[in-house]
Design a binder for this molecule. Structure first.
Ligand SMILES: [Zn+2]
Length: 210
């Protein structure tokens, strides 16, 4: 077995091992960015374009991409297709970097074997006066808190693996540069730096001047 670089805490170690397993199945090298869209088919997730959802009124569409754009990031639909695949809808207002993190979390739920415990409405007509037959609702799978935490953490670790992250931090790379390398948001990189306890080292390295 090769020598793995893992974060210090036991919980993070377990998340990291799962994430490395995901990266292995995608066949990406340690220093390469992982493309969640390429992994989605392994998880039998079919990502569909928001614009291809039928039954949404123009008002709903405008609402979901405008005023309510911050309230949903996307998710897998509750009912599988006849072939067992599930549809995943991503919020186009969030941009590709956030979409990648959202999709990665959905892939992680599947990979970790999580079972949805209830359905959550993430969008659509909620006006009770509207005709139920024309009322379009997007039902997303919902998981318990522990599963949500694990899927998010494993997904983030798959996108930003600890070993290479630590090396970049030691080289004094900024979170912005690291984010660009992995094609994700700077916020996600900083989350990873913090949960893997690399933050003091990150601050030291950046104070050292670049
Ligand atoms: Zn989730």
């Amino acid at each position: 077995m090769r020598n793995l670089l893992l974060p210090a805490s036991e919980k993070r170690k377990q998340f990291e091992l799962r994430a490395l397993g995901l990266r292995d199945s995608a066949g990406v090298a340690e220093d390469q960015a992982l493309d969640p869209f390429a992994l989605a088919s392994f998880a039998r997730l079919l990502v569909i374009d928001f614009d291809r959802i039928e039954g949404l009124s123009p008002e709903s569409r405008t609402h979901l991409l405008g005023a309510a754009a911050d309230e949903w990031s996307g998710g897998a639909c509750s009912r599988p297709l006849p072939n067992g695949w599930r549809l995943v809808i991503l919020n186009p207002a969030h941009g590709l970097k956030r979409n990648r993190a959202t999709l990665m979390e959905e892939v992680a739920h599947v990979f970790l074997g999580h079972q949805a415990n209830r359905l959550a409405v993430i969008g659509g007509e909620t006006d009770a006066s509207s005709n139920p037959a024309t009322r379009a609702r997007i039902l997303a799978r919902d998981y318990n808190q522990a599963d949500e935490e694990a899927a998010y953490a494993v997904g983030a670790a798959a996108l930003v693996p600890f070993g290479f992250l630590q090396r970049l931090v030691k080289r004094g790379r900024s979170s912005h540069e690291i984010a660009r390398h992995f094609r994700i948001s700077r916020q996600l990189v900083e989350y990873r730096i913090k949960v893997t306890h690399l933050w003091p080292e990150y601050k030291r390295a950046s104070a050292g001047g670049r």
